[in-house]
Design a protein around this ligand. Structure first.
Ligand SMILES: C[S@@+](CC[C@H](N)C(=O)[O-])C[C@H]1O[C@@H](n2cnc3c(N)ncnc32)[C@H](O)[C@@H]1O
Length: 364
């Protein structure tokens, strides 16, 4: 990432390294730390191409054309790249060039896709850094671990993409959810009761809990025991109190915290959980519309509430999906826009990842 100007032109934003301390040391402490999507540093990209060319020669690199993994995803001190079949035989040189051009990266993994309902990633280590050395074969366990801390919203989020879903690309989505939550809090005039029944390791909660007096009670649950194990570790640090080390079925752990393993569609049947939440997060984009009816009973309908969700849909089907969402949700709050899908990015050549929010009116 590179240094760039803030939107108001008043400041220069300097990217912080993953390893930067949460409280900046003396001399820097006067500067505010803000959350902002980064802007990539093209010089680093130039370096990666330079290293690749010196390792493979111009002819091979030019022959690979668009197939080289020019983009990548950072996960703490790991980098994930997608290897096109056409260039996969050069994975050693790709890993070496990436490690040389990104001196803070410990491990480079190739992405072999997402597995099943739990959305965990199939990742294969293709290179690592051990001190000053680059290791490409028999990468030792201590440097090939995929359990990492990611920094976001001034918090550290423990995650392991091979055991539980987590996407660093959703940071701007989470900031949008934060802005909506603040609006809802203004409307209700009190901290929100937030229900995140597909919470994964809890990144949406990290952002919301980071805002003083925004959140009161929290329900955080997921079907994946590994995700819940990391969620509990995260909550322990964010809340600064004890949480169980092992995942167990959903239960009340504190007066204001309910967490654990659960199938989201079953929560409605628990009278202690139904009808209690101001903000419902629905992050199961392949199945949101189908599962929404089983989640609506969780909303507290004695006042205004909100559903914030993500949906994967073909661009041509977006209007139909909007209609389906409006159909399954209770009547909306007067004066607020109707829920409609906004395209956030491409999911595939035909499918789009979209998000929406719905302001729900109190039941008459
Ligand atoms: C797209 S991920 C979102 C995770 C998290 N909210 C985030 O933003 O990182 C969907 C999550 O839903 C969980 N999941 C899938 N089906 C579920 C179900 N029926 N009930 C509860 N969780 C489920 C998966 O394990 C996964 O962690």
């Amino acid at each position: 990432m590179r240094v760039f100007e803030s939107e108001d032109g008043e400041s220069r934003l300097i990217p912080l390294d993953f390893g930067a301390p949460f409280s900046l040391p003396n001399g820097l402490a006067e500067f505010e730390v803000v959350e902002h999507e980064g802007e990539s540093d093209e010089r680093v990209d130039t370096d990666w191409w330079g290293y690749l060319r010196s390792l493979l020669g111009d002819e091979v690199v030019d022959a690979g054309g668009e197939s080289w993994p020019s983009s990548h995803e950072f996960f703490g001190d790991m980098m994930i790249v997608r290897l096109d079949e056409e260039v996969s035989e050069h994975s050693r040189e790709i890993a070496t060039a990436k490690l040389l051009s990104h001196p803070h990266i410990r491990l480079v993994l190739s992405d072999r896709g997402v597995l099943g309902e739990l959305r965990i990633r199939d990742l294969n280590p293709i290179g690592a850094r051990s001190g000053d050395e680059i290791v490409l074969d028999d990468i030792p366990d201590d440097i090939s671990s995929t359990r990492v801390m990611v920094r976001e919203s001034g918090r550290s989020i423990l995650c392991d993409p091979t055991r539980a879903y987590f996407s660093t690309k959703l940071q701007s989505e989470r900031l949008e959810t934060l802005a909506l939550a603040k609006e809802l809090r203004s409307l209700l005039g009190r901290p929100l009761r937030v229900c995140d029944p597909f919470c994964g390791v809890g990144p949406a909660l990290a952002t919301l809990l980071g805002e003083p007096d925004l959140v009161g009670d929290v329900l955080a649950s997921d079907l994946n025991p590994d995700a819940v194990e990391m969620l509990l570790d995260n909550l322990r640090r964010w809340d600064r109190r004890e949480y169980p080390a092992e995942p167990s079925p959903i239960s009340r752990l504190y007066e204001d915290r309910i967490a654990g393993l659960a199938d989201a569609s079953e929560l409605q049947h628990d009278t202690n959980l139904a009808g209690r939440w101001d903000m419902l997060l629905v992050n199961l984009p392949h199945r949101t519309i189908e599962i929404l009816p089983s989640l609506v009973p969780l909303l507290d309908r004695t006042g205004p509430s909100m559903v914030r969700g993500r949906v994967i849909a073909a661009e041509a089907d977006i209007h139909e999906a909007d209609r389906a969402i409006r159909h399954v949700l209770p009547p909306r709050l007067e004066g607020m826009p109707e829920p409609s899908l906004r395209i956030k990015r491409d999911y595939s050549s035909t499918l789009r990842l979209c998000s929406f929010e719905a302001w729900i009116a109190p039941a008459p």
